[in-house]
Design a protein around this ligand. Structure first.
Ligand SMILES: Nc1ncnc2c1ncn2[C@@H]1O[C@H](COP(=O)(O)OP(=O)(O)OP(=O)(O)O)[C@@H](O)[C@H]1O
Length: 312
């Protein structure tokens, strides 16, 4: 049976700080990316899903079972985050045996192959490893337990570029062997863009978008050309502006949705945005007072509105 993780109206406060504000999301087996700026609520969301943090309201259900009240649902969810989960004095192999007992299985051959590839001896004590190596051990454990849900909060923090690449390969191999719900929260979006199938963007505790990662190229378009020309085109077509930058006489305006090349006047180029750029644009608050949105633009007229974003 395909696992189904449903998050309904989840809220969480820390004192007066609202970390989660009515989050609704569903996850099915796929590699999901959870993206958002610092403090957006990613770690809190993953912590609540894994039952490490208590929500103030809402529910997390795995195949209909409320995760808070159901131990067997809890043992189907594995979280890797910044908290120290293992005893510093314990050997890696002892740690893996503990995970095997709690989670009901462990892929020993795969763990041996991964540790060898990362150059880590299984007999070493966890506390004698470097910070990056400790994270690797946690990731190896995560890929070897038979849970239906894997939550990876900043999984490559501290890993060098070679080991990050190795980890992404093992993650894909593991997912290929055993598809399950994998949620990765990271700021290094470019590096995982090629493996993510679904993306969710969280901003100030709210999910602002959730979409198939493949569709990102049709979600926004960068139009570049002479400011006045781009401004008129955007206005004439009634395109919704996400952000706008001017560089001398030129403007780069990011609009929602695809723009057909055939519709473009000469002098304007249209390019799709990749996942990382898209996340940056929709979470950066780039449409602000000094970067007028389309409604300001319509009032001021095409050329006026675009040139006003030069920072008057
Ligand atoms: N233990 C805590 N006590 C008080 N406030 C907290 C606590 N943990 C998180 N917060 C606040 O809750 C909000 C969400 O934090 P969270 O750690 O979930 O964000 P994040 O998206 O994971 O950020 P980052 O990308 O920086 O790790 C932030 O405003 C943060 O300051």
């Amino acid at each position: 049976m395909n696992a189904n993780l449903t998050i309904t109206d989840l809220s969480k406060r820390y004192g007066s700080t609202v970390a989660l504000d009515g989050v609704n999301l569903t996850f099915q087996p796929a590699i999901h990316g959870l993206f958002g700026r610092n403090g957006a609520g990613k770690s809190t969301l993953l912590g609540v899903i894994a039952n490490r943090l208590l929500p103030d309201g809402g529910a997390v259900e795995l195949d209909g079972a409320n995760v808070r009240e159901n131990e067997s649902a809890q043992s189907r969810i594995y979280l890797v985050n910044e908290t120290l989960p293992f005893l510093l004095g314990a050997r890696i192999s002892t740690i893996f045996k503990r995970e095997e007992r709690y989670y009901g299985g462990f892929d020993w051959p795969f763990s041996a192959r991964m540790l060898a590839a990362f150059g880590i001896e299984p007999g070493r004590a966890y506390g004698h490893l470097s910070l990056g190596q400790r994270m690797i051990v946690r990731l190896v454990a995560a890929l070897c337990v038979p849970t239906d849900v894997l939550l990876l909060d900043e999984p490559v923090l501290g890993l060098d570029a070679v080991n990050r690449d190795l980890f992404y390969r093992f993650l894909l191999e593991s997912y290929g062997e055993r598809p399950r719900i994998i949620v990765i929260s990271t700021h290094i979006i470019d590096e995982i863009a090629h493996i993510v199938e679904r993306a969710a963007i969280i901003d100030r505790g709210r999910i602002i978008e959730a979409f198939d990662a493949e569709s990102v190229t049709s979600r926004a378009t960068v139009l570049t050309g002479e400011s006045a020309c781009v401004g008129s085109f955007v206005e004439d077509c009634g395109l919704q502006v996400i952000s706008r930058e001017t560089m001398g006489r030129l403007a780069a305006v990011i609009v929602r949705g695809p723009v057909e090349a055939a519709d473009l006047p000469s002098g304007i180029a249209a390019n799709a945005l990749g996942l990382q750029d898209y996340v940056i644009r929709v979470t950066s608050g780039a449409v602000g007072p000094d970067m007028p949105d389309i409604s300001d633009h319509q009032e001021a007229g095409a050329a006026g509105a675009v040139s006003s974003s030069k920072g008057e």
